[in-house]
Design a protein around this ligand. Structure first.
Ligand code: PEP
Length: 244
């Protein structure tokens, strides 16, 4: 664990109805004073309601994407300013599902991060290699290029978090070896101008593997998909991070 701020961030993806706000409520009750940052990123439809449920608690709410513009003719999109107005404090950007489903480039991610910063949001910028890129020995080249191209001017530890998420580990139950995570996180830390930027690992983090992953020096927390949907599972991951 480095000196950077510890963060457990949950990405609900396209999951969650109002009834699921009970999970957010249970999490806030279980962690009134967590020993790390705790964030839930529900779908946009639930941000306002979740912010209301979590008001006064230590659990933060975030978005999963934002547009580069503040407002305008962009049907179906949500701006960073709108997320902040709805109660979000952070926003996930450049998730591999957005890069693949919506063809988002690192240049676009950097522009979105700039919009997030301008709205006062912390940008959680995701990077990661595909399985084919890893098999070709290109992992470090790919993630370092994504890092260089996805972080805008003005990036600091106060407004940005980086999440390393190997694409082949997301939602698959497969995780890299501790050595593979260490190699990438060490390279990312060395490449960052602001060494205090938090570095999260993401990809099939579960209660059963969280402690060993958080034992890696340059891992400051996790971006968690499936295991963040239930307060009990996510709570066990948060407890592991508190103890790391
Ligand atoms: C993610 O969606 O960012 C993620 C890491 O998902 P999972 O934890 O389900 O692999």
């Amino acid at each position: 664990m480095s000196d950077a701020c510890k963060l457990a961030a949950g990405n609900w993806k396209m999951n969650g109805l109002r009834a699921d706000l009970d999970e957010a409520r249970a999490l806030a009750e279980a962690f009134p004073k967590p020993g790390c940052g705790v964030l839930l990123c529900p779908p946009a439809t639930l941000i306002c309601a979740m912010a209301d449920v979590l008001e006064g608690s230590a659990v933060m709410v975030g978005g999963q994407d934002c547009h580069v513009r503040e407002s305008g003719a962009h049907t179906g999109d949500v701006s960073a300013q709108m997320l902040a107005d709805a109660g979000a404090r952070q926003v996930i950007l450049g998730h591999s599902e957005r890069r693949s489903d919506h063809g988002e480039s690192s240049a676009l991610v950097a522009a979105k991060a700039q919009a997030a910063h301008a709205a006062g949001l912390v940008a959680i910028i995701c990077i990661g290699e595909t399985e084919a890129e890893r098999d070709a020995g290109q992992t470090l080249n790919v993630v370092l290029a994504q890092l260089a191209d996805s972080l805008p001017e003005g990036t600091t530890a106060a407004n940005t978090v980086v999440a390393y998420e190997p694409v082949w580990a997301i939602g698959t139950g497969r995780t890299p070896t501790l050595g593979q995570i260490t190699e990438v996180h060490d390279a990312l830390r060395a490449a960052l101008r602001d060494k205090a930027i938090s570095l999260l690992y993401g990809g099939s983090v579960k209660p059963g593997n969280a402690s060993e992953i958080f034992g890696i020096e340059n891992v400051d927390g996790a971006l968690v998909g499936g295991a963040s949907l239930k307060a009990q599972d996510f709570g066990a991951i948060i407890a592991a991070l508190e103890q790391a």
